[in-house]
Design a binder for this molecule. Structure first.
Ligand SMILES: [Zn+2]
Length: 120
């Protein structure tokens, strides 16, 4: 269950950001998750919602963008979408492939409540 570890790491990162910049409560956290990272979004959301209870992130929703797996052939430099984890160049059939995207697990951006300043 590495989703729990990932959820924890996202939580800590955003919480630090909120404390550092004195941000209002977070409403949305946008993530970019590569196909190779092997994350189950439902499990991640579930773990995250439990960790966030009674914190400034309590109402934050996760928005998960799946990043497809791409590779680049080391022999002919052809770049292509890797299907079904077959790391073979469709042009020259070389098996020397560098992953160019699909391993990311990034926080793309966060959104916070913007009506806090109106409170008197
Ligand atoms: Zn090639």
């Amino acid at each position: 269950m590495h989703e729990l570890a990932i959820a924890n790491s996202i939580f800590q990162t955003v919480l630090n950001e909120v404390a550092l910049k004195k941000l209002p409560p977070v409403t949305l956290i946008a993530l970019r998750i590569g196909a190779l990272s092997d994350v189950v979004p439902e499990a991640l959301e579930f773990n995250f919602s439990i960790i966030c209870r009674d914190s400034p992130l309590e109402r934050a929703k996760l928005e998960i963008e799946r990043v497809p797996l791409n590779g680049k052939c080391q022999a002919c430099e052809h770049e292509f979408a890797v299907e079904k984890y077959v790391f073979v160049c469709p042009t020259c059939k070389s098996g020397q492939i560098t992953v160019t995207q699909g391993e990311e697990l990034d926080i793309a951006y966060i959104e916070v409540e913007d009506n806090v300043e109106n409170e008197t």
